[in-house]
Design a binder for this molecule. Structure first.
Ligand SMILES: Nc1ncnc2c1ncn2[C@@H]1O[C@H](COP(=O)(O)OP(=O)(O)OP(=O)(O)O)[C@@H](O)[C@H]1O
Ligand SMILES: [Mg+2]
Length: 593
């Protein structure tokens, strides 16, 4: 007799369950997906003890007749596809015909269902696989599936379940994903008999996202590139977290976990998010189904794109455009009813008028050796003899952007904060964060166009590094010089710094080089390109006005003008908000006026 035997259905199902059913929340996911595939408009989920003792999902979908109800518990029985090619245009969550038999093989499962025009329903009970009990049943149209005592017959798996609170949290996450997938469906979740969440049917994705993430200030973004659609509701950078747990990504309405996609979204924030930090929010990506393979993960949590690079790139770029506008300083609204008296602020447009003020500004900035305070564009030409920085002229600021320049500078507090009066309230800026943002933007623009302009050092400075760090600098020599840094190796454990970015002439050369190496090694393995923004952000941080530096009125006004010309002007490159606003209304309330 041979040694090879065919596994029984029950054993085969239990093995499949090992992949499909990881924990109670996987059961919730499979059952809710089935309900949605069955055209439910309302899905009610009850869990007890985190779902370990009970998961019950009730829907008002099409239901099943007696034969289908028997068949759905068998392996590879599905109503969703017929042939393999159907997968290339799949419009349902399910397609394998595996979920129910897998779940049934590791729990006590009861299925109650009634098809739309049947006058009677059916109830089927099955315990850890085995033969089902079938009996007629009443009840409303639709389906209820109860899964009790998950893994009761697989002690090894049961042991790995976590505390009730943890399992409950996973259930909550799954439901949240489904709610974001289908805004047009009402979802209700109860725990141990108490209703804990209710997402009422919503009119749009945006509306559902606001319901799910109530309390968050979300920017709405929507873009299309070719056949690809991107829709997003994203929170401001200061709400970002280490790790992508607060970011939901859905591809063709399917919640997925994809590091690369999450990173593509984070990159849309530019340098305001440090590596490893991800925004809070939701991103829906829609691509023609034939360009994405959904059959690559046992829990369908991952997908594979035909053109992954193209998708990531489009997501980053399209979202970036929208976010830059959304998270700058909010416009101050229409023109003031009572104009505030304030000295004219030199801008590109007023050059012919108060040229004297402009000149004073340039001189002040130059004298203070703080080129980052100088407004860009033509104004620079004015001081060109002295500070020959090559900054690409930017367009005149857009009206919606001219928000900082319209503030009236009142004074500096604690050598750190700049207090300003706006049309609608009081503004307090963090001077370091603001200067850092401006410097960073300049570095970035010059870097993108022709490389950061370099200031040669009269006396090269030797910096000791490890041999591998020296090697990193050598391997990336071109990119390093594009960053405005010139180094030559001295032996294998030191470099001589010959030049530093001109905008940062004040910063210590050794520090600039060390920062550079640190960022590049952190990016290890990834293309150098990915590290550039971080390098520039760190450089900007160390090369800008710091807390404690005294600033003259001209310097502050120049800084405000400059701020209007940068993207994301509301945040420093590391994502901290750089301005706080208190409306006059609020101020009056606080003092009881
Ligand atoms: N709530 C429900 N309402 C109506 N029919 C259902 C419901 N749940 C399951 N079914 C039917 O049972 C079949 C089997 O469900 P099952 O989840 O095992 O497989 P699937 O959804 O087809 O594929 P997958 O294994 O990928 O989830 C489905 O194809 C569907 O026809
Ligand atoms: Mg299914």
């Amino acid at each position: 007799m041979g040694r090879i035997r065919k596994l029984s259905d029950d054993v085969a199902n239990q093995i499949a369950a090992g992949e499909v059913v990881e924990r109670p929340s996987s059961v919730v996911k499979e059952l809710v997906e089935n309900a949605l595939d069955a055209e439910a408009t309302r899905v009610v989920v009850d869990v007890e003890q985190g779902g370990t003792t009970l998961v019950r999902v009730t829907d008002d979908g099409v239901g099943m007749g007696r034969d289908d109800a028997m068949l759905c518990l068998e392996r590879h029985a599905t109503s969703k596809i017929v042939r393999f090619e159907d997968l290339t245009r799949i419009g349902t969550f399910g397609f394998r015909g595996e979920a129910l038999p897998s779940i049934a093989s590791v729990s006590r499962l009861t299925l109650r269902t009634r098809a739309r025009d049947a006058h009677e329903g059916v109830e089927i009970e099955i315990r850890g696989g085995g033969a089902p009990d079938v009996r007629p049943a009443g009840g409303a149209t639709g389906t209820t599936i109860e899964v009790r005592d998950l893994f009761f017959n697989v002690p090894a798996r049961r042991k790995f379940l976590k505390a009730t609170a943890t399992e409950s949290a996973h259930v909550g996450d799954v439901l949240l994903g489904m709610a974001l997938a289908r805004p047009d469906v009402t979802f209700v979740l109860s725990r141990d008999g108490r209703p804990v969440r209710e997402y009422l049917r919503a009119a749009s994705r945006a509306e559902r996202a606001r319901a799910v993430m109530s309390g968050e200030k979300l920017a709405e973004c929507r873009a299309e590139r070719g056949a690809l659609g991107v829709e997003a509701m994203l929170a401001p950078p200061e709400r970002a977290r280490a790790g992508a747990t607060g970011l939901s990504v859905l591809v063709n309405g399917r919640p997925v976990r994809d590091r690369m996609l999450a990173r593509a979204v984070a990159q849309a924030y530019g340098s305001v998010l440090e590596g490893g930090r991800y925004p809070l929010g939701v991103v829906w990506i829609d691509v023609p189904p034939e360009l994405v393979d959904v059959n690559v993960h046992p829990q369908k949590a991952e997908v594979r794109f035909a053109d992954a690079r193209g998708v990531f790139d489009a997501v980053t770029r399209e979202l970036h455009g929208a976010l830059a506008t959304a998270f700058g300083l909010p416009p101050l609204g229409p023109h003031p009813q009572a104009p505030i008296h304030r000295p004219p602020v030199p801008t590109l447009r007023t050059l012919e008028g108060p040229a004297a003020a402009a000149r004073a500004m340039v001189t002040a900035a130059r004298d203070a050796e703080r080129p980052e305070l100088m407004p860009e564009g033509n104004l620079f030409a004015l001081g060109a003899g002295a500070v020959n920085e090559e900054i690409p002229a930017t367009e005149a600021p857009r009206e919606a952007n001219a928000a900082f320049a319209r503030l009236r500078y009142v004074g500096q507090v604690r050598g750190t904060f700049l207090v300003c009066e706006g049309e609608d309230g009081l503004y307090v800026l963090d001077q370091h964060a603001a200067a850092e943002r401006v410097t960073f933007d300049r570095l970035k623009k010059t870097h993108a166009i022709h490389g950061v302009a370099m200031q040669r050092l009269l006396v090269p400075e030797v910096v000791e590094l490890s041999p591998s760090e020296v090697a990193i600098l050598e391997e990336n020599a071109d990119e390093v010089s594009r960053l405005g840094v010139e180094v030559r190796s001295v032996g294998d454990a030191a470099v001589a710094v010959h030049g530093v970015p001109r905008l940062l002439a004040r910063a210590e050369p050794a520090r600039i080089v060390r920062d550079l190496v640190a960022e590049v090694s952190r990016a290890a393995g990834r293309p150098f390109r990915g590290a550039v923004d971080l390098v520039l952000a760190t450089m900007a941080c160390h090369g800008s006005v710091r807390a404690g530096d005294a600033l003259s009125r001209e310097e502050v006004e120049a800084l405000l003008v400059s701020l209007d010309r940068v993207d994301f002007s509301g945040h420093c490159p590391h994502g901290r908000p750089l301005v706080m606003r208190m409306t006059f209304g609020e101020l009056e309330r606080r003092v009881g006026r």
